[in-house]
Write a protein that binds this ligand. Structure first.
Ligand code: NAD
Length: 471
């Protein structure tokens, strides 16, 4: 009997959708189909693949309202859902524009050995697996799938079981492009289906929690396949004494609370120079109080419900722990159930320290704990005192001063005089540091190279003989 899971609507709290999970045999069948289809896909060449993905882009654009509606049901938020579709359309444009140049045949070039030419001919991994989380269901499914497809791989995608409704619209978009038949397959399911995907593919791209990422990494290592792991974060922001405080408060509030804090690159810790600490907190709190809940109407305020029921318990636990250890709630802090959905206004905490869970563990909610620092050395030490190293932010009066602090941070993407820019700017290559991930950059040109095995043809002309051959 097919395994089914009840899926909850985050705005009503009601389970109103049943997800049928693909089992290992179904995943294997999809993988076998994909491997056959991939040969034709690769033979299309980059021009043919770009044409197919442009057609896919048009299919998504034609169905943008249906996709937004599905994402609204999955995530309970409206403007972010529209933004999500728009950014995927923009990323398809960007990748389709750049792929021909990035995958261009470099031809044969002379080597350092006289008489020998080298011709590089990269070969994609035939089948890439993509496993995605619930916080940006479409965006984080496509962020790896698009470069993989352009590189010439087939893709098996397994979205999160918490936000699976968008997959039906995605399948419609794929079905509108005959060249993608069998090449891009979405399999529904939970962790067990995800594990079956890892077992069936030649390379795995995983976005999700550190805990699951470790399990996926271990399974991939056992199979001897590459794993690209993009995991959790606990991003710090540092506000230097000479920074424009109101600007910093505005950017940090957005970076910490947008999408109800459900972003890996959310600002989750704020360190502020002692002399300006209280002034900064006042500005942050004043701005935070103006950010409302998207309730009762979805168009009402900025913050939608907490999407995952399990996340509610994590946020609650961290707030209770901070309270028990003496933190002060400066605004927000009350988890409320409204119409069946669970909401939290932007929450600013002071009186925090690194013994508290809210300073050490990923919150994934709109919570901004703020702590003073004495000098740059202390700010850097506090920011680096974390198991995570995804991204960070630094605010100072000049770019040079902010960069001087930023260069000392152990993180892959560092926003200067802004926060969470890695969510918007995908051009710069970056790695996830420490427990935040493993593997090559998913941003910038390196992203597409993750799916290619490099081959070199070492060419001697038929007339020529090597001086080292036995005579
Ligand atoms: P999760 O780890 O619970 O689940 C992620 C995916 O893994 C889901 O599709 C799930 O079904 C699947 N899965 C579960 N067990 C599996 C297994 N044993 N083998 C294979 N797949 C399995 O994460 P989540 O709660 O959905 O997502 C939130 C997390 O994702 C947060 O920690 C967040 O920081 C992280 N995240 C990271 C990035 C990034 O780019 N670094 C981006 C977004 C989210």
């Amino acid at each position: 009997m097919a395994r089914q899971i009840d899926v909850r609507d985050p705005r009503t709290g009601r389970a109103d959708y049943a997800l049928t999970c693909a089992d290992a045999a179904e995943v294997e069948e999809a993988a076998a189909r994909a491997r056959t289809a991939q040969r034709t896909w690769l033979a299309l060449g980059v021009t043919g693949r770009v044409a197919a993905l442009n057609a896919f882009r048009d299919a998504l654009s034609e169905r943008d309202d249906a996709m937004v509606a599905a994402l609204v049901r999955d995530t309970g938020r409206l403007p972010v859902s529209r933004l999500e579709v728009d950014s995927v359309l923009a990323s398809l444009d960007r990748w389709c524009g750049r792929a021909p140049e990035l995958l261009a045949d470099a031809g044969t070039v002379p080597s350092s050995m006289p008489g020998i030419g080298v011709r590089q001919g990269p070969l994609p991994y035939p089948l890439a697996g993509v496993i995605s989380p619930w916080n940006f269901p479409l965006l984080l499914a496509m962020i790896d799938a698009v470069p993989a497809l352009l590189a010439g791989s087939a893709v098996l995608l397994k979205p999160s079981e918490i936000t699976p409704r968008f997959a039906a619209v995605l399948r419609d978009c794929v079905a509108a492009v005959p060249a993608l038949d069998g090449v891009f397959t979405v399999v529904d399911g939970d962790g067990a289906t995800g594990a079956a995907v890892v077992d069936a593919v030649d390379l795995i791209c995983f976005t999700g929690s550190v805990r699951t990422g470790r399990a996926v990494g271990a399974a991939a290592a056992a199979r001897f396949i590459p794993a690209f792991l993009e995991l959790g974060g606990k991003d710090p922001a540092i506000v230097c004494a000479d920074a424009d405080l109101d600007r910093a408060a505005q950017a940090i509030l957005y970076g910490g609370a947008v999408n109800t804090g459900h972003s890996c690159m959310s600002i989750e810790r704020v360190y502020v120079a002692e002399p300006v600490f209280e002034r900064f907190v006042d500005l942050l709190v004043a701005r935070a109080r103006k950010v409302g809940l998207a309730y009762p109407e979805i168009t009402d305020g900025e913050l939608g419900p907490v999407i995952s029921a399990a996340q509610v318990g994590i946020i609650e636990d961290q707030l209770a722990d901070a309270d028990a250890r003496g933190a002060t709630v400066r605004c927000g802090g009350e988890i409320r159930t409204l119409g069946g959905g669970v909401y939290l206004e932007p929450t600013v905490l002071t009186g925090v320290d690194h013994t508290m869970k809210v300073m050490r563990e990923e919150t994934f909610g709109p919570v901004l704990p703020v702590m003073p620092f004495k000098d740059a050395d202390e700010a850097v030490a506090l920011a680096n005192d974390s198991e995570f190293g995804l991204s960070a932010a630094v605010f100072a009066a000049t770019t040079e001063a902010a960069l001087a602090v930023g260069e000392r941070l152990e993180a892959g993407g560092i926003s200067i005089n802004d926060a969470s820019l890695t969510g918007f700017v995908q051009d710069g290559e970056k790695n996830a540091f420490k427990s935040s991930g493993l593997g090559g950059s998913r941003m910038g040109p390196a992203s597409i190279r993750r799916f290619l095995r490099q081959r070199s043809f070492l060419i001697r002309s038929p007339e020529d003989k090597a001086p080292w051959w036995f005579q």
